[in-house]
Write a protein that binds this ligand. Structure first.
Ligand code: FES
Ligand SMILES: [Fe+2]
Length: 409
């Protein structure tokens, strides 16, 4: 399907993107309009969010048949559900009759949820989803299995009314879906990252308490850039990030813009560091890590929606879902070795760890919100970059490749 562009989008894309399609020592940032134009965000939905593998959540959120959760990506209401065969499927949740979202509920008395943005839902649907409007019913594969009183409707066939299924891959327990039936498989593109984090055994980790941050007032790319660059560690985060120095960033020559990841990694000043004022991890180090890995801070992206990091005692992820050019929802959660939650003080320690990370987030969120304000200025720069921001230049090259491809499609 052709991706809609407007004259403004075409002007932005014609404005010397090659200047950003370079290694970090030569590159400039993308034009500010890429971060502020609603039309450009519409273009990105087609060029990125409906073309790339988007992470929706974790497979361990839906362990049993009939378990589901919903997510809205690029205005597409979706549901992820575990089938009777154990498979995770992702499908459109838009009813094939008159388009009610089948997982939305009828409001309880005085619960006017349409006044605000309807919340995503989760639960167990039993063996089928029933649309609340006229009771069309779909099984866990998306087949229409019930449509009351449709006998007089000429030529109506249930089999013509299946919920569109997206392609799905589960990687280390993360559910990825792709709207594009022709997209190349994801797993082979994650092999380098897999190798890097193999000793963390991510697939076996269990999630801690997740936090949902909604309507954050900045562009999703500004968040991505902040997540993965080291240049600000010594500066914005001074003095709370003394253990992870900006100049510890490990230069990478292996970036492939057609790949699926952007990696930022560096050695920490000591092993078993922690993002809290003690600079020490609160949980014991993960038993399978090498000495070297216990002193490694790794941040990586599987754009456009997953940002991920590993520490000596845990891992964590940001699930990013932009809802407008300057509105972003993020789900943040930690991941821990399976035995950690049995620790008698697990919840206390986790709460303290979360508080430590909050200090960093407060500083980061202040900076990115201010950047969004600056990007709206007529004087917004296409700034030059420091070598410690190499992952940003990689991300920009990842973007430009897809923007350019979308123009040709
Ligand atoms: S809209 Fe779903 S049954 Fe009518
Ligand atoms: Fe930061």
């Amino acid at each position: 399907m052709a991706i809609p562009t407007t004259p403004l989008v075409r002007r932005i894309l014609a404005s010397d993107l090659e200047a950003s399609d370079k290694e970090v020592d030569e590159a400039v940032m993308l034009p500010a309009k890429c971060y502020t134009s609603p039309e450009f965000f519409e273009f990105e939905k087609g060029a990125l969010f409906k073309k790339e593998w988007v992470c929706l959540g974790r497979a361990d959120e839906i362990p049993d048949a009939g378990d589901y959760f919903t997510a809205t990506i690029a205005d597409e209401p979706l549901l992820a559900v575990r089938g009777k065969d154990g498979q995770v499927r992702v499908m459109s949740s838009v009813c094939r009759h008159r388009a009610m979202v089948i997982t939305d509920q009828i409001p309880k008395p005085r619960e006017k949820w349409w006044d605000s943005r309807p919340a995503e839902t989760s639960g167990n649907c039993g063996h089928a989803f029933r649309c609340p409007y006229h009771y069309w019913t779909y099984n866990l594969e998306g087949d229409l299995i019930g449509a009351p009183d449709m006998q007089r409707t000429k030529g109506f066939r249930r089999e013509d009314n299946r919920l569109p299924n997206l392609r799905v891959e589960v990687w280390n327990n993360f559910i990825f879906a792709n709207f594009d039936r022709d997209a190349a498989p994801l797993a082979p593109k994650l092999e380098a990252v897999d190798e890097m984090i193999t000793n963390w055994n991510i697939a076996d980790m269990v999630p801690g308490e997740a936090e949902l941050l909604q309507d954050l007032p900045w562009n999703w790319k500004v968040m991505v850039e902040n997540f993965v660059e080291f240049y600000h560690s010594d500066r914005l985060h001074h003095p709370i990030c003394e253990f992870s120095r900006s100049n510890s960033y490990e230069w990478r020559d292996d970036f492939d813009p057609s790949g699926a990841t952007v990696i930022g990694a560096g050695k920490t000043t000591h092993a078993d560091f922690g993002f809290n004022p003690t600079f020490k991890a609160l949980f014991p180090p993960i038993a399978t890590l090498t000495e070297e890995e216990r002193a490694l801070a790794v941040f990586f992206l599987v754009p456009p929606t997953l940002a991920f990091g590993v520490n000596s005692d845990s891992a964590f992820y940001f699930l990013m879902n932009p809802t407008a050019v300057d509105r972003l929802d993020i789900k943040v959660a930690g991941l821990y070795p399976r035995e950690y939650p049995e620790h008698p003080r697990f919840h206390h320690l986790e709460a303290v760890a979360a508080l430590g990370i909050e200090y960093f987030n407060e500083q980061d969120f202040g900076a990115v919100s201010s950047i969004q304000r600056g990007l709206r200025s007529d004087f917004a720069p296409r700034g030059r970059l420091c070598w410690q921001e190499q992952p940003i230049s990689h991300f920009n090259r990842w973007l430009i490749r897809r923007y350019s491809k979308a123009l040709l499609d």
